[in-house]
Design a binder for this molecule. Structure first.
Ligand code: HEM
Length: 269
């Protein structure tokens, strides 16, 4: 490659030897992202040995996530953090494309509008015990709220919180994903550390509970409107249906993608 055609060097923020920007990433992430954005619209930084690139213009994000999405994969860290789950968040290429199509029915406007009642109901219910001048842990309250909503919409279960067995196990699995995404090093999930043992136990609980719900729906003639039931009925262009394993992976993904994001947005708001 001639010098004139050589790729431009991406500006880099260099913080500490070995760990790079990990301390700031753990303790003052917003300030770190502001520092990076001020340096350049495309800027790299290191989290330990891993070099990350941050894009800070909507058109660059559009370029990567939409216009040239097929040139990028989701990266090793994402696959490791998802621990083998092959739902929409981690699946790649043609399979991801096909799954997007198969998962579109529950996202149609007629279904979305039917979720509004559920959202309103739980929103109303959570604030009932609040009193004027009382201090509440808003983050905790919003976790309960969004977990209840996603639990009802995905599985039609009424009591769904971190105190519920399935909710607690889901939260442990999700904690693992965040831990892998934000730490310098995390041992493979099959190593018998206390954290891994706890995570594997939680994953087993989640999988056996969802499998039980799948079996119940398959053997019942009652028509239900929850995501799980819709996904079990969905057929692709050639009449193909999703395997139980894939339905499970998609439900776990939707639970993680749908409750933590909305919880953070509500708590911040
Ligand atoms: C404030 C709320 C939310 C925010 C900020 C948010 C943010 C995001 C972001 C940044 C992505 C990655 C986009 C990409 O890689 O192209 C994503 C993907 C995704 N989100 Fe959300 N999200 C929110 C709510 C939800 C909810 C409520 C659900 C489901 C119930 C959901 C399900 C998903 C799924 C399935 C994906 C993967 C899509 C794919 O790769 O095809 N999200 N979200």
């Amino acid at each position: 490659m001639t010098q004139s055609k050589a790729a431009k060097k991406i500006p880099h923020i260099s913080e500490f030897p070995l760990v790079g920007s990990l301390p700031a990433f753990m303790k003052e992430r917003l300030q770190l992202f502001e520092r990076i954005a001020q340096k350049s619209d495309v800027c790299s930084f290191r989290i330990g040995p891993v070099r990350m690139v941050m894009l800070n213009r909507p058109e660059y994000i559009q370029y990567v996530l939409v216009d040239h999405a097929s040139d990028f994969d989701k990266g090793q860290i994402m696959h490791k953090a998802m621990g083998g789950n092959n739902g929409l968040f981690s699946s790649e290429g043609d399979f991801h494309h096909q799954q997007r199509k198969l998962l579109s029915p529950p996202f149609q406007p007629r279904h979305i509008s039917s979720y509004a009642d559920t959202i309103g109901h739980y929103g109303e219910q959570i604030q009932q015990p609040w009193h004027n001048d009382e201090r509440i842990d808003l983050n905790q309250q919003m976790i309960s709220l969004t977990m209840s909503i996603i639990g009802k919409i995905l599985f039609d279960t009424d009591v769904f919180s971190e105190t519920d067995e399935l909710g607690a196990a889901m939260a442990i699995g999700f904690e693992h994903t965040v831990q892998v995404l934000t730490s310098l090093y995390s041992p493979p999930l099959n190593w018998p550390t206390p954290h891994n043992n706890r995570t594997r136990k939680a994953v087993q609980q989640v999988e056996s509970r969802i499998q039980q719900m799948i079996d119940e729906r398959r053997s019942s003639t009652i028509e239900r409107n929850d995501f799980l039931s819709i996904l079990l009925q969905t057929r692709g262009d050639n009449g193909e249906k999703m395997s139980d394993r894939q339905v499970m992976d998609e439900c776990i993904t939707l639970f993680g993608a749908g409750h933590e994001t909305t919880e953070a947005a509500l708590a911040w708001a």
